[in-house]
Write a protein that binds this ligand. Structure first.
Ligand code: MG
Length: 387
């Protein structure tokens, strides 16, 4: 395999750092071409020294001092320079490890430039998955998901006929509040919610895992990535997080992807696709594991999952509204402004308020951006009322 030159967008976050670990383990296969962050100057400085990228993006105010320290590096403003960065000719793979809607523009630019795109970010796919996937297809870009569930589905589907597909079983570890009765949810502090049992991740996605909103986003993400009807995607709680998802065919056969719970696995698979490289982590021991368990998700205790299914069925700009409202609500929760149950109240009220507005089935990027902006204002209004 020719050495792949990799841009890591969001290199100082949890997925970004794991990506750099995978790259460092396979210097014959991968090298870092670009690193980006917003304000984590110290961390990215260390990464620049270690990885020697050609390109770096940061918030504008941090660029000047770093330009002096690293004269060989070309710097971009992270606020509006990522589209220009990702299309550079000496970048092969774009890992989208940054969070939030800001990933949409560089994702689209990378698709148009025919890059290999490894998205860990779900917001872009939730908001504008149809547009991104159509653009990737038109320009010969390959999208290899990093999110563990989507990577599992991708691996199980590889080489199969989509007409033989019956449904997809998306597994969910259940989040920090899995065993907590719904009546006690509003007493949960930020700290308790952030102690996630299975995956170590950033704050936003850990809260989304606790509300099951993250799983709801993954339902929409799977729909977009694999061109599935919303009725084909099912969620099953699997606390051990060993099966990362399953694909069921029309004949009743089910393929599952299993591995130890470590993000370096799906990251390495995406970077090396279609080849496979030696295991980056320990191997699975079935006997030590003993058993795997499953349960039905409790949509009464976690109403955001039910809401996500509704939104997945409705389509149009509603997924963008859901995503934006959740970003506002989770931000408020993390700052201590609202209770845990306030997240659902804000998101549901915003989605329902949008239902009254005229909407289109096949929105363009402009429609999606407008819906996103509308939802942020609306969710903030609702939040101020309830707090
Ligand atoms: Mg996931």
């Amino acid at each position: 395999m020719k050495k792949r030159r990799i841009a890591v967008l969001g290199s100082t976050g949890s997925i970004g750092m794991n990506t750099l670990r995978v790259i460092a383990r396979h210097p014959d296969h991968f090298e870092v071409a670009a690193l980006t962050a917003c304000n984590s100057v110290r961390a990215i400085e260390r990464q620049i020294r270690a990885c020697k990228p050609k390109y770096v993006a940061l918030a504008r105010e941090h660029i000047l001092p770093l330009e002096k320290k690293f004269p060989g590096v070309r710097f971009f403003d992270v606020a509006d320079g990522l589209e220009e960065l990702v299309v550079q000719k000496d970048i092969d793979v774009v890992v989208i490890a940054m969070t939030g809607a800001a990933a949409l523009a560089p994702f689209l630019a990378a698709a148009r430039a025919g890059k290999i795109i490894a998205p860990a970010n779900k917001e872009a796919l939730v908001m504008a998955g149809d547009i991104l996937m159509a653009s990737a297809q038109r320009h010969g870009a390959k999208v290899i998901p990093v999110d563990s569930e989507q990577s599992a589905i991708f691996q199980c589907l590889e080489g199969r006929q989509s007409r033989d597909l019956y449904k997809v079983h998306l597994t969910a570890s259940g989040g920090a509040l899995r065993n907590v009765p719904a009546s006690r949810h509003d007493r949960f502090s930020v700290k308790e919610v952030l102690s996630h049992p299975r995956w170590k991740m950033g704050a936003k996605i850990t809260v989304d895992s606790a509300t099951l909103m993250n799983k709801g986003f993954e339902v929409i993400e799977a729909q977009r990535l694999f061109d599935l009807g919303s009725e084909m995607v099912h969620v099953v709680i699997h606390p051990e997080a060993i099966i990362h998802s399953m694909v069921e065919f029309c004949d009743g056969s089910i393929l599952a992807q299993l591995s130890v719970t470590d993000m370096r696995l799906p990251i390495q698979y995406a970077l090396g696709y279609p080849g496979r490289l030696p295991a980056p982590v320990g191997r699975l021991d079935f006997v030590r594991l003993g058993k795997l368990t499953f349960a039905r998700p409790d949509v009464t205790a976690f109403p955001l999952l039910a809401l996500a299914f509704e939104v997945a069925r409705a389509g149009g700009v509603l997924p963008a509204v859901l995503n934006a409202a959740d970003e506002v609500a989770v931000g408020a929760f993390l700052q201590g402004g609202i209770k845990f149950t306030g997240i659902h109240r804000i998101v549901a009220a915003t989605v329902h308020a949008h239902r009254g507005l005229p909407s289109c089935r096949k929105p363009g990027l402009k429609d999606i951006e407008m819906a996103d902006a509308w939802a942020r204002v609306k969710a903030t209004e609702i939040m101020e009322r309830i707090r």
